[in-house]
Design a protein around this ligand. Structure first.
Ligand code: PEP
Ligand code: MG
Length: 875
């Protein structure tokens, strides 16, 4: 028969998938001979079975749980539900990865109106017995029955006031007995039935509550943020109780073997005398620092330190431990690798290597690559943040903390910045003309748009904090006011944004600048020794490029040339080009753009020296560039020497129902070859000049976007080659150049063998590839995806984490077909997924040459690529 329940004496450290982290460690600590209150683990498979079974715990599982109880009765020499000396247990969740979003602990399970009296007699401590029972009623009601804690806290506070005492420890046995009656009465009032008296029923209800907690909204969000699959399930640990609330030689605490905020060596933790677990976290009494235990209970402290050190040695990592002292005897309730801040993670990893406890490879795998983000952006001062009022939450589009005064137009933002103000730009959505305002802003908040909207992409490139898609905002850009979370915010009011969490706060919350410590550099150096993937960056200004190189980028994988026209001086010129009805008109506009482009490319090549740069030809979704404001339309009419009406009509003619699938990418070069000619001239002239001036060996990489058909590529390529050869002749140069394409349309992936015969390289544009594979607009999907997560249709945002089943399959097909035809085909990825660790793991596995991501994600990509290489070696 299948085994659904394991005693701690039966489990092993390696059984983490089945027993969860907590269960596996409890079994492991038991085999190490440590003082662990015994118990058993109901497996993660039982949780999955519960869901598969229509949220019912099967009879077999139930009977194995009760078998576990019988075995525990033998070990403890007590009976579950006994009226004189009952066996009491705690019930806790424990999945493979520790998940703070899940269920709280239930303690003292097994008590009822009768056994509490027996327990009081047996322990000769009625106060303790009643205290345990009232805690159990409260925890069961809150955690299992989802009754608000506030009912119970209110009753407790009233009682303390009535009795004239400050702490719950000052309440007498009689007081607590009275409290129990009140707790049971409120339970009956709210639940419509008596508090359950049958311990078996209490236990099964608690087990089911743990299983249910796997799917509570907090857990779903936590899983999505941490890439934890929904089908892992959680285990349940049932452990015999030990009591920290038996008097002055009892207590309970939580401790880390190193400081989890700073990584500093030395024990770090706190405890409370005469208390149970939840008191330490609940903040009812102020816990004491763990060092104080040495004075209070020296023997216990000594033993505690010995075991703590042993656990760190054993697990070779910083441990987060829970312990209880019952009448002078120490017990460990659990241990796990402790959660830590990014600076602490780096220091601990380096220190453990220096102490000879782990290898460099192990050190690299210990660090959560995504957490490096914390090191690269300003963060909020922790104390100041606690006092902040939350107004709302939307998409965490670009990380970092920002606080400043609200402005509603790019122009106002720019002016305010000139006055020395810190600016938060709030817009319905951003467009290219907002670029200066965006660059002046410390943070950007938009009402519309997803993770790959204009605001999100540009903000990430700049390293500016951005929250996008906050549909709850009611905004009037004209009146310069918006409403959110019951507050009205006007121009000049202070607002704070946490682009890492997506939370919007009222007021001016203090921020702390990021600093890169020596440990960070060391970890990056080690990463580079192990990774095989190259790391490039997506950058379109020399400043971004220089920044990315400082962070370790080895070249540019995507230079979006339309972004080079975002500057207000240039945008009218690109508009003129887009709106020109004749070849002559377009050529005139293009000749003005040529100078800018060439100068920009030169500046880029100078920064890059001999590092590669993939220049992606124009790909402007028209809705991002066509003028909309009267002011812009009038200016354009003047510049083009046509009437305002004509501009309006042309704009209307250019209107597209699906601009993302419209006249963009290589389709522009097919209809207007002069655009590709201008860009080729700009790239080649710039490269040749820098090569001649500085002696750098530059090989321009020209990338044609949005190809769906080989002939399309052949067509545009012919235009590029013709111009390139002409420029080479004019400048008397023999410069080599490569022409490649983006694979970002499913058809291109499926026909990659044909396309590869015309391409030197492929770069997977997974933003568009995801958009077109799912048929989800990348700008609008944010509006409905939340509902998909909560309904468990999706576990993660396919625009942030590559969908390996669908989009990944297309990429694999393209890699295989492409390399079959062209074994030297260079392969990379330049969609947003290029900076996502789990997507990077996939890129490594399928043999891409490089990933390209926004500058601020370069360190994450370096570490993630090293982790991927180390993991693949082990396979
Ligand atoms: C992509 O589609 O993944 C890509 C990198 O191009 P863009 O985001 O500019 O469409
Ligand atoms: Mg694209």
């Amino acid at each position: 028969m299948k085994k659904w329940v394991y005693m701690f004496t039966e489990g092993k450290a390696e059984m983490k998938n089945l027993l969860g982290g907590k269960g596996a460690n409890l079994a492991d600590m038991t085999s190490l001979g440590l003082p662990i209150p015994q118990g058993f683990t109901v497996t993660t498979e039982a949780c999955i079975d519960y869901y598969d079974n229509g949220k019912v715990v099967s009879d077999v599982i139930q009977s194995q749980v009760f078998d576990g109880i019988s075995k525990l009765e033998v070990i403890q020499g007590k009976k579950f539900g006994d009226t004189c000396d009952p066996l009491l247990v705690s019930v806790r969740s424990g999945s493979r990865a520790s998940m703070p979003g899940m269920m709280d602990t239930i303690l003292n399970l097994g008590l009822n109106d009768v056994s509490v009296e027996g327990f009081a007699n047996k322990t000769n401590n009625p106060r303790f017995a009643y205290d345990s029972y009232r805690r159990f009623i409260q925890m069961f009601s809150d955690v299992v029955m989802e009754m608000s804690k506030t009912f119970f806290e209110g009753i407790l506070d009233d009682m303390k006031e009535e009795k004239g005492v400050q702490f719950d420890t000052d309440l007498t046995a009689g007081d607590l007995k009275e409290l129990i009656e009140k707790y049971k009465a409120i339970y009956k009032e709210k639940m419509g039935e008596d508090f359950p008296q049958d311990p078996k029923k209490q236990l099964m209800e608690a087990v089911k509550a743990v299983f249910r907690s796997w799917d509570n909204p907090r857990a779903i969000v936590y899983r999505r943020m941490n890439d934890i699959p929904g089908d892992w399930g959680t285990a349940v640990n049932v452990q015999s109780m030990v009591f920290g609330n038996m008097g002055e030689t009892s207590g309970t605490g939580v401790a880390f073997t190193r400081n989890p905020s700073t990584g500093d060596e030395g024990i770090y933790g706190e405890y409370l005398i005469n208390a149970q677990g939840e008191d330490v976290v609940a903040g009812i009494r102020t816990p004491l620092s763990i060092e104080k235990l040495e004075q209070d209970l020296p023997e216990c402290y000594k033993e505690f330190m010995q075991i703590a050190n042993k656990l760190e040695e054993h697990y070779k990592d910083m441990q987060d431990m829970e312990f209880t002292i019952q009448e002078g005897k120490l017990f460990f309730l659990q241990t796990r690798n402790g959660k830590r801040t990014a600076p602490a993670a780096l220091k601990i990893a380096c220190d453990l290597v220096d102490e000879g406890k782990i290898t460099k490879e192990e050190a690299l795998t210990r660090i959560d690559a995504k957490s490096l983000d914390q090191l690269l952006h300003p963060t909020f001062d922790v104390a100041a943040l606690k006092a902040g009022k939350v107004l709302g939450k939307a998409l965490p589009a670009s990380p970092g903390a920002a606080a400043g005064k609200v402005y509603f137009t790019a122009e106002d933002a720019k002016e305010a910045e000139k006055r020395g103000e810190r600016v938060i730009l709030v817009r319905l959505e951003t467009s290219p003309e907002d670029i200066e305002g965006m660059s002046a802003a410390k943070g950007i908040l938009t009402v519309r748009g997803g993770m790959t909207s204009h605001a999100a992409v540009v903000a990430r490139g700049m390293g500016t904090a951005c929250i996008s898609g906050c549909g709850e905002i009611k905004i009037s850009e004209v009146n310069k006011v918006f409403e959110l979370g019951g507050e009205v915010i006007r121009e000049g009011d202070y607002l704070s944004l946490d682009g890492s969490t997506g939370i919007i706060y009222l007021g001016d919350i203090k921020t702390v600048e990021a600093s890169v410590s020596g440990y960070f550099a060391r970890i990056m150096e080690w990463s580079d020794q192990y990774r095989t993937l190259q790391i490039r960056t997506n950058a379109d200004t020399p400043k971004d490029a220089a920044n990315a190189i400082k962070l370790g980028a080895q070249g540019i994988g995507l230079c979006r040339t339309e972004h080079m026209f975002f500057d207000p001086d240039r945008i009218p010129k690109i508009r003129k080009m887009i709106l020109s009805c004749s070849v002559e008109g377009r050529e005139e506009a293009l000749s003005e753009l040529l100078e800018f482009q060439k100068a920009d490319f030169k500046a880029m090549y100078e920064v890059l020296k001999e590092m590669p740069m993939t220049v992606r030809y124009l790909d402007p979704p028209l809705h991002e560039f066509v003028p909309t404001s009267d002011e812009d339309i009038i200016a354009l009419a003047e510049d083009m020497n046509i009437t305002v009406e004509e501009v309006r009509i042309t704009c209307e003619n250019l209107h597209e129902f699906n601009p993302m699938m419209g006249h963009r990418g290589c389709r522009l070069a097919v209809t207007y070859p002069e655009i590709a000619k201008m860009q080729t001239r700009a790239v080649l002239e710039a490269a040749i000049e820098v090569k001649q001036e500085k002696g750098y060996n530059i090989i321009p990489e020209i990338m044609i976007p949005l190809i769906c058909e080989k002939k399309e590529l052949q067509y545009v390529k012919a235009i590029v080659i013709e111009t390139a050869e002409q420029v080479k002749k004019e400048m008397n140069s023999d410069i080599e150049y490569h022409i490649g394409t983006m694979i970002e349309i499913p058809r291109a992936a499926l026909l990659a063998d044909e396309i590869a015969s015309e391409a030197k390289f492929f770069s997977f544009g997974t933003n568009d590839l995801t958009q077109m594979t799912y048929g989800f607009s990348r700008d609008d999907a944010g509006k409905f995806l939340d509902c998909y997560y909560m309904s468990k249709i999706f576990e993660s945002d396919p625009f942030a984490r590559l969908d390996l089943n669908g989009v990944g399959q297309l990429i694999e097909i393209a890699v295989k077909k492409g390399r079959e035809v062209n074994p030297n085909l260079k392969l990379g990825i330049c969609g947003e997924h290029g900076g996502d660790p789990s997507s990077i793991e996939f890129c490594n596995r399928i043999g891409l040459d490089y990933v390209s991501c926004s500058p601020f994600r370069v360190p994450i990509a370096r570490l993630a690529a090293a982790q991927a290489a180390i993991a693949s070696e082990k396979m």
